[in-house]
Design a protein around this ligand. Structure first.
Ligand code: CP
Length: 348
């Protein structure tokens, strides 16, 4: 396809991109991955370009894969700690000489570099569902350079790209692949919905038979569910939601169990701003764990996926994540390649 249309675009959610465009991104990612494996460097692609990275939350994979990717393509990734700049803030959330309005930060950085990437979810927006996505959208409104979502409270699109690239590598495609995104127990209730929401969007968009397994209190955004149903219809595939942890795994090719927040943690009107109730709900589902017995429900060639970091012994047993079915580290590696693909296409 003609890729000129990619130049200058924001990457905030896969919902803004077509299936054909996502297939092109995966093709470019595989090509860059192959070249990297052959020792072929591509530092001409983004030579002398700068990516500004603003992290309101912690990160291992995202920060290092963006930074390494920019280095490999001849550019530079600049890390910005919101607590060490004037914290970018939306109107109404400003504190004199401590914050700086997002519109000002976005326009200043856009005069100096070539893309702005942002991670923001949870505490920085007091668990107002969608508040972090609003910040990223506001950056995109004001900056006339691409804005990249490194995980907000709704979406983690680069993780989802890495997820479907891993599925493509393992199974050669998506048709007939049963992809199960499941909630799993963690003692930490402070995990956004971004990973599962983006994973089911990506899997259903690409044509997997997608299943979302979660307790009722961990239901995902109805808009995301509607989008997945639409993609399944377009692809002639299926999309199902269930609260049966073990049953969902039957015959699955991809098993992706991880924790995410229960609804009461969010501010009204989505939730009740009640972390204690959220903890009690979590603790009633301790048996939602990736064990060898769970993996045995799946297809003999089933893979275990996790975005990482994993909460070992709670979400998953060592025998699974360290075992022969684990694709978690392939998935982590693929973050590098999909991000290089998107950056090389939108930052040219
Ligand atoms: N999967 C993921 O986004 O990892 P980090 O939180 O380490 O960036």
């Amino acid at each position: 396809m003609k890729t000129d249309s990619f130049r200058g675009r924001d990457f905030i959610t896969l919902l803004d991109w077509t299936k054909e465009e996502v297939e092109t991104i995966l093709d470019v990612a595989l090509d860059l991955k192959r070249r990297y494996a052959m020792g072929e460097y591509h530092d001409h692609l983004l030579r002398a370009k700068t990516l500004f990275m603003i992290f309101y939350n912690q990160s291992l994979r995202t920060r290092n894969s963006f930074e390494a990717g920019m280095t490999q393509m001849g550019g530079h990734a600049h890390f910005l700690d919101p607590g060490k700049i004037y914290t970018p803030a939306m109107p109404g959330k400003e504190v004199a000489y401590s914050t700086e309005r997002v519109s000002d930060v976005a326009r200043v950085l856009a005069r100096m570099g070539d893309a702005i990437s942002i991670r923001c979810y949870g505490d920085p927006v007091d668990w107002t569902y969608g508040g972090a996505n609003d910040i990223i959208r506001n950056f995109a409104y004001w900056a006339d350079i691409p804005v990249l979502n490194m995980e907000c409270d709704k979406y983690h699109p680069f993780q989802a790209l890495a997820d479907v690239l891993t599925v493509k590598e393992k199974f050669g495609g998506f048709k007939g692949v049963k992809f199960v995104m499941s909630w799993a127990y963690s003692p930490s209730v402070h995990k956004p919905r971004a990973v599962p929401q983006s994973a089911i969007i990506a899997a259903s968009m690409m044509g997997c038979d997608t299943v979302l397994a979660c307790p009722p209190e961990m239901a995902l955004d109805p808009e995301v569910i509607t989008a997945c149903e639409k993609y399944a219809q377009m692809n002639g595939s299926s999309f199902q939601v269930t609260d049966d942890f073990m049953g969902a795994a039957e015959g699955a090719h991809v098993l992706y169990p991880k924790a995410w927040a229960a609804t009461p943690i969010f501010q009204p009107p989505v939730g009740e701003n009640n972390p204690q109730k959220t903890q009690e709900i979590f603790d009633s589902y301790k048996n939602w764990k990736a064990t060898p017995e769970y993996m045995a429900q799946g297809d003999p060639n089933a893979i275990y996926m996790h975005c990482l970091p994993a909460d070992r012994s709670w979400e998953v047993e060592d025998a699974v994540i360290d075992g022969p079915q684990s694709a978690a580290y392939d998935e982590a590696e693929n973050r590098l390649h999909v991000q290089k693909a998107v950056m090389s296409l939108v930052m040219r």
